[in-house]
Design a protein around this ligand. Sequence first.
Ligand code: IVH
Length: 662
Amino acid sequence: MTDIAREMTTLREQLRHHEHLYYVLDSPEISDAEYDAMMRRLQALEAEHPELTASDSPTKRVGGKPREGFVKVAHSSPMLSLDNALNEAELRDFDRRVNDLLEGKSYCYVAELKIDGLSMAALYRDGQFFQAVTRGDGVVGEDVTENARTIRSLPLHAKNRLPAFEVRGETVMNRQAFERLNGEREERGLSRFANPRNAAAGSLRVLEPQITASRRLDYYTYFLFVDGRPALDSHWQALEELARMGFKVNRHRKLCSSVDEVLGFCAEWEGRREELPYEIDGVVVKVDSVEQQRRLGFTAKAPRWAIAFKYPARQAVTTVEGIEVQVGRTGALTPVARLRPVEVSGVTVSRATLHNEDEIERLGLEIGDDVVIERSGDVIPKVVRVHAQGSYRRQFRMPARCPVCGGTVVREEGEAASRCINTNCSARLKESILHFASRGVMNIDGVGEALVDQLVGRGIVQSVADLYDLTTEKLMELERMGQKSAGNIIRNIQNSKKNSLPRVLTALGIRFVGERTAGFLAEAFGSMDRIAGAGLVELEQAEEVGPKVAESVFQFFREPRNQELVDRLRTAGLQFEYRSAKPKGGPLGGLSFVITGTLPTLSRDEAKQLIEGAGGKVNGSVSKKTNYLVAGTDAGSKLDKAHELRVAVINEKQLLDMTKQG
Ligand code: IVH
């Protein structure tokens, strides 16, 4: 082996090792920067030596190609579902049946948490991941290989020498990723996913692998199969083997020698389910011995050797004692049910969101009614339906005046929300400041609810721009504020000026303009002033900007108060220019590029920045409008498409030469 080949092998092994520590065991040992540096080195070596590149290299996760649709694939053996036991008696019945069928022989159970996700099979050949298939109808599923490849806890290379094997497990979205995704969707005017399970399903079944990658899914395995049958004689051993092979296996599992022990495990986790970062809806109980599983066999749709002990839905019945109205950043009034406090799986719930007037009407809800409430992944519980009408019920009416400032409330034609239209409303101001400072927007640590309440309450801050005029001394006048924390907050505020234009745009809180849209606007126009000055038709030229978004952006910059705010933020020194986009000038001005494959020295991001810095545009897919396809090694369908459409194909060196001209 040459030195280069040896270095590449070592890098691959190290990267796999650190990915396993990070994504599977949740205990990283090196910094992200060190990991990135190793990854970049391997990418560069692979680009120079394509002949030494392994197809299961850690570099092969990202950059999957969009698909036309999903191909149907038959499972090696049916992916069955499970019968349910809804209480202790039903679980004991199950145990009795097992006992009878096994004719008094001793047996053990494996109890595992039943994560609420989507089951998926992943197939490996010679230790390398090569295909992933959703459960589908149990017999035939859909090929989601490219999407599954982006799930970081699914190893692309397994530590096992079997020529072919299959694992089965659950694809899940944890609560945090779920909350983030729903937040982003709401910002963009899209509907929320009802629960993490739907969100996981929606994320796995998208045609664009980049989207799956951004959704941060996880994959927990629970079966190891060879030729459609369990690979080992004991299920417990199979779980241990899966973990050894580098797969993520839920560590909350138990080998039980009696049904009582199983019931103990079920009870324990029913009480502790809140501690978990993902949703569970019960416990799966399986007979451990595969030989005994075979003897027990199957009914038409489920195995006789396993059962799902289901936890009750996290619902409760309680009375709506009142409906309060909250005012959000855009002035939207949200009705919130004030409930007689009730415990739902260990948490006392006293409020539930009702979203808007239409929702209250849909539910047929009046104050005084008994309702069913449910917690399903969201932080705020929701009202599912009216359980019984109250004997003294009172209809809710959206107030005509804002409950915070007394300003006029209007509900525009075609809109679900009623809004306070007073831009000086203190509730709106507080929410705007919190949004401005929040994580992922301007990221100003220390500017939270308590501080904002005081700043707005005392009239110190009357606009987000006032944040930049604050001083340590001024903050020290506030309650419980020492010099050190005040100094830190001021430093964080000053540091926030370095945030890029898309962040600043997001921070303005323009309706329908979340992080993603802000990025496209910055990309298309290159500066705050060009966006502010753009007409509706121009705005709609930007990617993913339709009439609704364009109208909202246009109106925002026509409003004198907003113009004043933007001017003040400019004076404060925030970033109003977008460095990577120079649409007209530069040697690549007016040219459109697509990048594919692995380039010898530049990462995708670097190539993109280089092109944009020279005035060019980078798109995700090849079309007739594409001027150049920049192709590295392992270029796939984009290269075919470029040939088909006669788009010029260049390599990295040619690209570098082009950017230097002019
Ligand atoms: S075993 C034939 N184990 O629950 C055995 N399923 O209600 C089938 N699930 O479709 C599945 N965690 O989506 C099994 N540890 C676990 C599980 C699990 C979650 C899901 C899976 C399955 C459903 C059955």
